[in-house]
Design a protein around this ligand. Structure first.
Ligand code: MG
Length: 320
């Protein structure tokens, strides 16, 4: 049974640009996938939302894909495709197979994503005002490794001071620290009750360094999940999944459905098509044995019709 694949490029501006340890990111580009199954008349959707470094690789993979393939042929191709393209196809196939069950679950509570650098302080104050009276459920995430270490540690003290009792902070170094810098932060944070975790403090290849840090304080791995170096054997900490970058989402969907522990599901700043699936996976994680705030970066992704939960509206908006 042959299905038709149509891809449509989209782009939107990240406003303000997202500052990360690997530089500023100001424009989000990707592709929507519309999968038509003429046999059943069903229309299923996917999205390829690569980071800037993988964009060219995904573009090449898309241009090499035929526009008509059977579900079996699509499944056979998945392992050879870049992660974001395999996610798009796997997601459309998941929908074709009805794996969302009774419907896509709504997004669970998410951590607030603070801007990097000193701008985090007023942003935290603003977010806390919005969450007044509910501090125990408040989690903020702050990207570090952007300023120099001294200035950033100074901002950290102010953030911790602002956080009420029960609220928590995640710090994300995006693998940008060396062992000396990570050690300085660990020294400050290892007894800090307001720290939820350090996210990817060291590059994925430094397994020994990551395992040693995880003995001192809570550590979550993010980039390690998508790096050739992989997750260290026996990793005791959290795993931050960005499903849109990790290929076919069906295995993760199954793991979360049976209650895999210490998983956090995070956005890669998708449109409404990818976000619908990411929210579903995050909701499954929040119903699992170790619930925690999801990483859905509220307010940072697409807006308007591109952010719609209705894939047809997203498709139309991408074409404008
Ligand atoms: Mg991260």
């Amino acid at each position: 049974m042959v299905m038709q694949l149509q891809w449509r490029a989209y782009r939107f501006v990240l406003q303000p640009p997202m500052l990360t340890a690997s530089g500023p990111w100001s424009e989000r580009c990707g592709w929507l996938l519309r999968l038509d199954d003429p046999q059943s008349g069903r229309l299923c959707w996917g999205e390829a939302a690569p980071g800037p470094a993988e964009h060219a690789l995904c573009a090449a993979a898309l241009s090499a894909l035929p526009s008509e393939l059977s579900a079996g042929e699509l499944n056979d191709q998945l392992s050879t495709l870049p992660g974001p393209v395999a996610f798009a196809i796997g997601l459309a196939l998941a929908e074709l197979e009805g794996l969302e069950g009774d419907g896509w679950l709504p997004a669970p509570a998410s951590a607030v994503l603070l801007p990097a650098g000193g701008d985090a302080i007023p942003a935290l104050q603003q977010s806390l005002r919005r969450h007044e009276g509910n501090a125990s459920a408040f989690v903020a995430k702050w990207k570090v490794g952007v300023l120099d270490c001294e200035r950033e540690l100074h901002v950290l003290e102010q953030l911790l001071e602002q956080l009420p009792l029960g609220a928590q902070l995640r710090l994300d170094a995006n693998g940008g620290w060396d062992r000396v810098t990570a050690g300085r932060w660990a020294m400050r944070l290892q007894q800090e009750p307001k720290l939820q975790w350090l996210e990817q403090p060291l590059p994925p290849r430094d397994h020994a360094g990551l395992l040693a840090l995880a003995k001192r304080l809570p550590v979550a791995l993010d980039e390690s999940l998508r790096d050739a170096a992989g997750v260290p054997v026996g990793w005791p900490g959290w795993l931050v999944h960005k499903p849109a970058l990790e290929g076919d989402p069906r295995p993760l969907l199954q793991q979360l459905q049976i209650g895999a522990p210490r998983r956090m599901v995070s956005t890669a700043l998708e449109t409404g098509v990818g976000a619908r699936a990411v929210a579903h996976l995050a909701a499954l994680a929040s119903r699992g044995p170790t619930p925690c705030a999801a990483g859905l970066a509220p307010g940072w992704g697409a807006s308007g019709d591109l952010a719609s939960p209705n894939p047809l509206l997203v498709w139309e908006a991408a074409g404008r």
